[in-house]
Design a protein around this ligand. Structure first.
Ligand SMILES: [Zn+2]
Length: 279
């Protein structure tokens, strides 16, 4: 059995079509999104197809250049930026079977309908292709890539509900979706009512896997997939919780988070989360 490898393609964020601006007048932009290709000798698994036509084209070309047969697609959670491209990818690579958990698939149906109408197509008009829900429930014992076991680990609420990571024990790889961030500001808009506590518990579950590499769904492409990002994601949450508990104004919160994390990419989610959570 040949050992597996993996590689990651990060697509830059896309400007949102919205009247909202950052406090300095700058635009609101989506976070960079990472797609992961787990590579066997002949076959590959794609985790988290991106969402705009341009990003999907880039990922498709990258898969083709790998020379591997795309056997599986896996989506870590239901947010559209991690799976809207799946149908387009499957048309180009018709051997691929797409899997997600049943709870992820339930959120996909919401995202593909009211989610697109209310948010995605408003913010990214004309940029997202048709996104029928093409995923089947992942078997309880996962699936195998050339004899290597790939399993979904359900970790509950992190930056949204019912999230998972894909674990490949033979190479100590965790493809973490939004459970871990790497050098990018974290999305806290859905963190009311215990969401941060739940996210912290999810990080415990992933740390207990003792991964040797953790790929974040939103990452700075210049940074390694170091398992230390689990602790960094945790510290960011603890800092955010502490500041939120002080009930600052949105601008005070925004300024303090940017002062604590000056190197993280994409402050947009810090601002719109602060406005929603603190106004
Ligand atoms: Zn995400």
């Amino acid at each position: 059995m040949v050992n597996l490898g993996y590689k990651v393609l990060v697509n830059d964020g896309v400007r949102r079509h919205t009247d909202m601006r950052l406090p300095d007048g700058g635009p609101i932009v989506s976070s960079p999104v990472a797609s992961t290709l787990i590579l066997g000798e002949h076959d590959a698994v794609l985790v988290d197809p991106p969402f705009t036509q341009e990003q999907i084209q880039r990922v498709g070309d990258w898969i083709e250049r790998s020379g591997k047969r795309l056997a599986f697609i896996y989506a870590t959670h239901g947010h559209g930026d991690h799976w809207f491209g799946a149908d387009t990818i499957m048309r180009r690579f018709p051997d691929a079977a797409a899997y997600a958990t049943e709870k992820t698939i339930a959120m996909m149906h919401q995202q593909a309908t009211t989610g697109r109408a209310q948010r995605w197509d408003a913010d990214f008009p004309g940029l997202i292709p048709d996104s029928p829900v093409v995923f089947a429930p992942i078997p309880a014992d996962g699936f195998t890539l050339e004899g290597h076991h790939c399993e979904a680990i359900e970790v509950g609420h992190t930056d949204t509900d019912d999230t998972t990571v894909l674990h490949v024990p033979s190479i100590g790889l965790v493809v973490a979706g939004d459970v871990a961030y790497n050098g990018v500001h974290q999305y806290l808009l859905e963190s009311r009512d215990g969401g941060i506590q739940s996210w912290l518990a999810a990080l415990d579950i992933v740390e207990a896997l003792h991964p040797r590499a953790v790929v974040a769904g939103h990452k700075n492409r210049a940074l390694p997939d170091d398992p230390a990002i689990l602790g960094q994601t945790r510290q960011y949450l603890l800092d955010a919780q502490r500041l939120l508990d002080e009930k600052p104004t949105p601008l005070e919160y925004f300024d303090q988070m940017l002062a604590l994390y000056p190197d993280r990419l994409n402050p947009g989610p810090v601002w719109y989360s602060a406005v929603a959570l603190l106004s």
